[in-house]
Design a protein around this ligand. Sequence first.
Ligand SMILES: Nc1ncnc2c1ncn2[C@@H]1O[C@H](COP(=O)(O)OP(=O)(O)OP(=O)(O)O)[C@@H](O)[C@H]1O
Ligand SMILES: [Mg+2]
Length: 373
Amino acid sequence: MHTTLPITMPSEQRQKIRDDYYATVIDSVGDGVIVVASDGRITLCNPAAQEITGFSQKQAQGAAFDKLFSLETTLIEMLAKTLRTGITISDHENVVVRSTGRITPVAVTCYPLLEGSGENIGAILTLKDITYIRELEAAVRQVDRLSTLGTLAAGLAHEIKNPLGGIKGAAQLLEREFEPESEMLEYTRVMIRETERIDHIIRELLELASPRSLKLAPVNLHKILGDILLLQNQAVADRDILFIKHLDPSIPEIMADEELLTRLFLNLICNAIDAMGQDGRLTVTSRVLSDYRMAQNERHSRMVVIEVADDGPGIPPEDLENIWTPFFSTKSTGTGLGLTICHKIVSEHRGMIKAESDSGHGTKFTVLLPLVR
Ligand SMILES: Nc1ncnc2c1ncn2[C@@H]1O[C@H](COP(=O)(O)OP(=O)(O)OP(=O)(O)O)[C@@H](O)[C@H]1O
Ligand SMILES: [Mg+2]
């Protein structure tokens, strides 16, 4: 660019134009760029770096790097090494920036800043926000876990189904042998009930394991939710549980698998009812979210949001990260597969599901489904 500046222009003016040009270049870089002089003071912090770190250019400019980023020991060590040795160091795995209060995983490279003579006069740190990559990795891990589970489940189901059928058949034969008033009758019924429970778990596991094609058809979400709530209302008639619906009537039918969506919302609503015990409020809300970005770079699309919220005891933070894991359950009779299945159903519909909870303040599950017709 500077080659096009007229020779007749005063040198200060040419310098200013050049400086502005370089500043624009650095400001336009999508990754965070922080330049540090050899005395450890920050001389430049571009807008992307300000976004990642939460510090403004004004706060950063002239500040000692190790003071400003006192929490980020890895960054401080990388910088010190580059300033000392003049070598480039990268870390794409272990660095997070906490200055903003949130934790942002970043890929960092620290380059020496060399003058034409080769003298090391500072360092340049580039920070790339990799939150999105980490989220994708987590999603892949979940899928991996499920496919391992799938192979196991298919093998297990095969091995268990036949003996289980034998036990159940034998228990049913035994049941017939006893007089109606016999105490033994209750034992045989326990045997039958429990074999049915195992059979149910195996079927659920196989369900999770099998890749299947969705039976897509126009689905009225409000009808599904209304039917579930109607049935559950009868199931909790003896308890003091209130169902509240805030449904947006403008939501059109969506292309989805009705049976699977019924299972999804039934699971969420049953969990909420289980959590509330004798009394509580369950609120089901629906709305349209326009302009939702599923992932970086993916085009914006309209989504339907359905929330199932309860005012039960909530989920403790240490449990919250485990609720999607197969067999995680805090209930004596739970299989812990309900939410794993919910997660699978939502993924199959190219949607998203998340849980928010605070001990003592209830739980909210949010389901996002693409509004495709
Ligand atoms: N609304 C909620 N409030 C409080 N805890 C919840 C709620 N929903 C889920 N949980 C917690 O998450 C765990 C896992 O739920 P999930 O539905 O996967 O299994 P489950 O309900 O225990 O058994 P099942 O397989 O029969 O559904 C529950 O045991 C419970 O601890
Ligand atoms: Mg459940």
